[in-house]
Design a protein around this ligand. Structure first.
Ligand code: V47
Length: 438
């Protein structure tokens, strides 16, 4: 792989030599004019980790209230008591939102001025009772810190009580940018990066897997984006508890911070730089809600291996005028993945594979990607019929198992349009399956 940019070429050479990238390399990736070479480099890394697979989850986002004691300048979602747009969901409204066949419920909301901790626990219990198959990914480090102060108990105790009530994983929100300069300017009442990282470390020590985010495209510098990623990488070196990194493209809404969201070029660079700098993160998520469907689909060629999910309803980015739909059908998600030349897999919140979708229609495209000879035209748009997903949940595979060990057979079989039962046989119990984490 060659780049016309000597600084990026240095990064390419380091990656080829399996050397860890540093701050300077991070900056070179953001500053390079060679978006294509950067994408190829990140994509090669993605392919090594997860082959042609891109994961998604049937999920539902719940934002129980927008009432919030904080007043972050970047947030159009939060409201104060008496505001016209202030809302609080009832437990019954929450129950009704999780009755579908979803596998993940993502909860994030405001720091309510009056709700007791018990109310946040009740939200979890209601969801668990209404849909025991849905794993609950709930409450950011900012909320956990708030609960600890509210109850005057330790973070450990907060997590114990949340887990008892049904929490299985923590989302990555509330990280914003790990920079005191930006915190001072935009969210000075919110916890800083040290507390955010401490809470995630405690969660990891307790066996709770978490995600991490970066809010970019406002007043932050490239240097600050890189520092943020390196701080996350350092914690991950110690705990291995992070599952996914999600760059969140800032939606300016009515905030007057910037005129428009970051460009697609910025989005793709951020995804690619994250894939290459965060070498110890299993997953990089292209969050379509904030990227837009087109850029999210392209990001699957720039290092991302995950699209989040169907979401159902999202109020944070949409309060800030995000142009994407409020939710996505499975068919539409499949289309985005396939248009990017990828094989969709349905996962749960913890990245266990629920179903693999062999490519419908012609296998030509996949055969070419796997280096087989074929003279047929490559069908990309409009040639995908309905795909019959192959249920592989019983085998307990993680997405990273799909490219290593015996489960690699799924990849080969799916790519050659294997009959569904053959794919299932490939991971049947007589083939012991690696459960190692990538
Ligand atoms: O913490 C707020 C951000 C986050 C805006 O862990 C905004 O799987 C863009 O964290 N424009 C909440 N972003 C969402 C979040 C998330 C989303 C998807 C997946 C996961 C995961 C986590 O949204 C907040 C804040 O950083 N945010 N306002 C805005 N105007």
């Amino acid at each position: 792989m060659k780049s016309f940019d000597p600084d990026l070429q240095r990064v390419i050479d380091k990656v080829r030599a399996a050397e860890r990238l540093d701050r300077e390399d991070g900056l070179a990736m953001f500053e390079t004019p060679d978006l294509i070479a950067l994408g190829q480099l990140a994509n090669a890394d993605k392919e090594r980790r997860s082959g042609p697979f891109v994961a998604f989850v049937l999920n539902r986002q719940i934002n129980p209230t927008n009432l919030c004691v904080l007043s972050c300048k970047f947030c159009d979602f939060a409201a104060k008591v008496g505001d016209d747009h202030a809302y609080e969901m009832t437990l019954e409204q929450i129950r009704q939102r999780v009755s579908e066949p979803i596998r993940e419920v993502h909860i994030v909301g405001g720091l309510h001025p009056d709700w007791p901790f018990e109310r946040y626990l009740e939200v979890l219990r209601v969801i668990r009772d209404a849909n025991p198959r849905a794993q609950i990914k709930a409450y950011t480090a900012v909320e956990i810190d708030f609960f600890a102060h509210l109850e005057r108990i330790s973070v450990q105790e907060v997590l114990d009580r949340l887990c008892e009530a049904g929490l299985e994983m923590m989302p990555g929100g509330g990280a914003e940018v790990f920079s005191e300069r930006i915190r001072e300017a935009m969210y000075r009442e919110k916890i800083g990066h040290e507390r955010w990282l401490e809470i995630h470390e405690i969660a990891h020590q307790r066996g709770i897997r978490t995600n991490a985010t970066l809010l970019y495209g406002h007043i932050e510098t490239y240097q600050e984006r890189v520092e943020h990623m390196l701080m996350l990488r350092r914690l991950q070196d110690c705990t291995s508890g992070f599952l996914s990194f999600i760059p969140l493209a800032f939606q300016p809404g009515y905030t007057n911070i910037v005129d428009r969201p970051a460009s697609a070029v910025e989005d793709l660079k951020t995804i690619a730089a994250a894939r290459l700098l965060l070498d110890n993160f299993p997953h990089i998520k292209a969050y379509w809600v904030m990227l837009g469907e087109e850029t999210a689909s392209m990001a699957l060629q720039w290092g991302a291996d995950d699209l989040d999910g169907t979401i159902g309803e999202e109020l944070i980015a949409h309060a800030a005028l995000a142009a994407t739909p409020v939710g996505m059908t499975t068919q539409r998600l499949l289309k985005l993945v396939r248009e990017a030349g990828r094989l969709p897999v349905q996962r749960d919140a913890l990245y266990r594979v629920i179903a693999v979708y062999p490519p419908p229609g012609s296998a030509t495209h996949w055969a070419q990607r796997l280096g087989r000879d074929t003279d047929d035209a490559v069908p990309l748009r409009g040639h995908f019929g309905e795909a019959t997903p192959v249920d592989v949940e019983q085998f307990g595979l993680y997405t990273w198992d799909l490219v290593t060990g015996p489960a690699a057979e799924i990849r080969a079989l799916a790519s050659s349009l294997a009959p569904c039962d053959t794919v299932a046989q490939a991971v049947a119990p007589e083939h012991p399956v690696s459960r190692s984490r990538g």
